[in-house]
Design a protein around this ligand. Structure first.
Ligand code: NI
Length: 639
């Protein structure tokens, strides 16, 4: 056992191997068992905020396993210290996240299927599947009995024009194989008609773009004295910040125990921050398209889909990489090298003022931010997760959406109001991307409250004779149901997480403001099947009292679920949330009406949110940032 390991650090490769071995020797695992995930079983919060000494904390692993032979899901806890199985629990009637191995095996099963080959022959005159791509898509749940009793996929298929072509430009619209993932075989092939393949190639690869613009001149980022962060295991310190960088197969990148050293005092802000779920529902009701929705966390595993990042391409500058230590579904070690990138970026002006009467003017400070990022490929789409820490106490999450649109084929000359034409016979259906982030706040301790802040105008009258009056009104939210709410542009609505037990120098509770950015409402009807399973899209903001079993906005097992789990269910209890250990959940949606410029590969789109200290500090905490050496010919400093 390492003695200095932070209790919230993810499992090391050795710990994953040990956990797998304990499970394999437990008598519960056989040749038909898949390891869906093996991750740290996080210790109680008291070990961070309470009296438990960190060197007394056991390292435990939590595993989700699935037996294809019995269609049964089990959760296990193992003690790494005692090298034994602690618990083994059957979770009836659920389908855990599909594994990366199943993606590959499902594709092979379809390509080898005589029924699929026969359909291909009927439609395209060939049964050669060597150019066919098969993307696993969960069957979801539309009320059919098989969707609740079998482990199923309804893959989408594409036909490359040649072995390195972009296959997504040629969707096979009329053929939909249905796969039983337990038997790993095609149980039927559904045919909906014949659509000829789109006639034109659409490729983004460098080798396929013959006429390139002249190369841009080099831009070198150098840090001759090294980075300004320190790393010890997974604990990072930078510019008064400290945090633990976590990772798991389901959520991908997670941040833990975020603190700010304020004049020698380590002040807690967030206990845990993570993406708990996301769903991408499509808006075309046609027979081949209406089933398209993807729960990219609960169905596919955002961490399992993470990329190995490359210096100079994904990340520029002086990089510190962290690996992700996972397991294959058969219990073999799976390490994603460089899954997390951490580096510093210059972020323009931190603050500036010119006083025309003073000789040493202006005063300018450069802003430096710490970027901790990860990128996942979920078949056609890419999602980038970029956490930013700033010198003025801001914390930001920026999501980057790129990759390849999920496309459909139309008949020659046909158009669809449910999508944009992007090439002849090729259209991109309208869709939305909804993300849910779980922010387990601990502003100066665990007991916090949430205020909804609305800016309202005063009525004209004797108290407002000039008509200019408006003010911010804070409402402290008392229960879960009261907290469920939407953004409101009319009142510039924000939320503030405060600690009513800790006052700042001005006598107000210390707090952090939550500032939403781009967002959307769901466009599908509440009766749409995907919405039943994604109740977290019903409100932008949810607040719950902390419960360690409530981790995922759509529940623990959204894959093929019939819905009703997660935030919608929990918050019906209407539990008190005032001055208690609380969790703030934020749902944010990007409504994507595609355009020709999103093809063949999509320029990055951005969405996210910002956390800003609000009465947490006495004054601008970045006032003490020293000036940078000036680079102007006359030399000097930026003051
Ligand atoms: Ni999109």
């Amino acid at each position: 056992m390492l003695t200095h390991i932070h209790p919230l650090e993810p499992l090391s490769a050795g710990e994953v191997r040990q956990a797998v071995a304990i499970l394999q020797n437990s008598g519960h695992v056989n040749s038909t068992t898949r390891f869906v995930s093996v991750s740290l079983k996080e210790p109680p919060k008291a070990c961070i905020y309470g009296d438990i000494q960190t060197d007394q904390i056991d390292r435990d692993a939590f595993a989700v396993l699935f037996d294809n032979a019995t269609n049964a899901c089990h959760e296990a806890v193992v003690s790494l210290k005692e090298n034994r199985l602690v618990s083994w629990k059957h979770i009836p009637g659920v389908q855990p996240t599909m594994t990366a191995d199943e993606q590959v095996e499902c594709e092979q099963a379809v390509l080898a299927s005589p029924e699929f080959k026969a359909a291909l022959k009927r439609q395209f005159g060939t049964d050669d599947t060597s150019l066919v791509m098969v993307d696993i898509w969960s069957a979801g749940n539309y009320g059919a009995p098989e969707e609740s009793t079998r482990r199923m996929a309804r893959p989408l298929c594409f036909m490359r024009a040649d072995p390195t072509d972009n296959g997504y430009a040629r969707p096979i619209e009329g053929i939909r194989p249905v796969v039983d993932l337990n038997e790993m075989r095609v149980i039927r092939v559904e045919e909906y008609g014949h659509w000829p393949l789109p006639p034109l190639p659409g490729n983004y690869a460098s080798s396929r773009v013959p006429e390139k613009r002249p190369a841009i001149k080099p831009l070198e980022i150098t840090q001759p004295e090294g980075p300004s962060f320190q790393v010890e295991g997974r604990v990072v310190r930078w510019q008064n910040w400290s945090l633990v960088v976590g990772f798991n197969a389901r959520e991908g990148l997670t941040l833990h125990d975020i603190r700010y050293n304020d004049g020698g005092k380590e002040r807690s802000i967030l206990y845990r921050a993570s993406l708990t779920e996301m769903v991408v529902p499509y808006g075309d009701p046609s027979a081949t398209q209406f089933r398209k929705n993807a729960f990219d966390v609960g169905e596919y595993g955002m961490g399992m889909c993470a990329n190995s990042l490359e210096l100079g391409c994904d990340c520029l500058g002086l990089i510190h990489y962290f690996d992700a230590d996972l397991t294959t579904s058969r219990g073999e070690p799976l390490t994603i090298k460089n899954a997390i990138c951490m580096h510093e970026e210059d972020y323009g002006i931190l603050w500036k003022h010119t006083d025309r009467r003073l000789p040493e003017t202006p005063e300018v400070r450069r802003s430096r931010r710490l970027v901790i990022s990860s990128v996942s490929t979920v078949e056609n789409y890419e999602y980038g997760f970029f956490w930013h820490l700033y010198q003025d106490g801001n914390i930001q999450l920026e999501l980057k959406l790129t990759g390849i649109l999920s496309l459909g084929t139309l008949q020659p000359g046909e158009t669809s109001k449910y999508g944009a034409m992007i090439a002849p016979q090729l259209y991109a259906p309208v869709h939305q991307h909804f993300f849910n982030v779980r922010l387990d706040f601990a502003v100066d301790g665990t007991n916090n409250s949430v205020q909804r802040v609305d800016v309202v105008q005063d009525e004209p009258g004797p108290a407002n004779p000039h008509g200019n009056a408006f003010s911010a009104q804070a409402t402290t939210l008392k229960t879960e149901k009261e907290a469920r709410d939407h953004l409101n542009l009319q009142t510039a609505r924000t939320w503030k997480v405060v600690n009513p037990n800790v006052r700042n120098a001005l006598g107000s509770p210390v707090g952090y403001k939550f500032l939403p950015m781009d967002n959307s409402f769901p466009m599908a009807q509440p009766s749409a099947w995907w919405r039943k399973r994604a109740g977290f899209v019903d409100y932008h903001v949810w607040v719950t009292p902390f419960d360690e079993t409530e981790q995922f906005a759509a529940g623990d097992y959204p894959n093929q679920s019939q819905g009703g789990d997660g935030l919608t269910k929990w918050t019906e209890q209407d539990r008190p949330i005032e001055n208690t250990d609380l969790v703030f959940w934020y749902t944010f949606g990007h409504t994507h009406i595609p355009r020709p410029e999103d093809y063949p590969v999509m320029p990055t789109a951005y969405i996210g949110f910002l956390l800003k200290p609000n009465g947490f500090f006495t004054m601008n905490p970045a006032n003490d940032v020293p000036p940078s050496p000036g680079k102007a010919p006359k030399g000097g400093c930026c003051h």
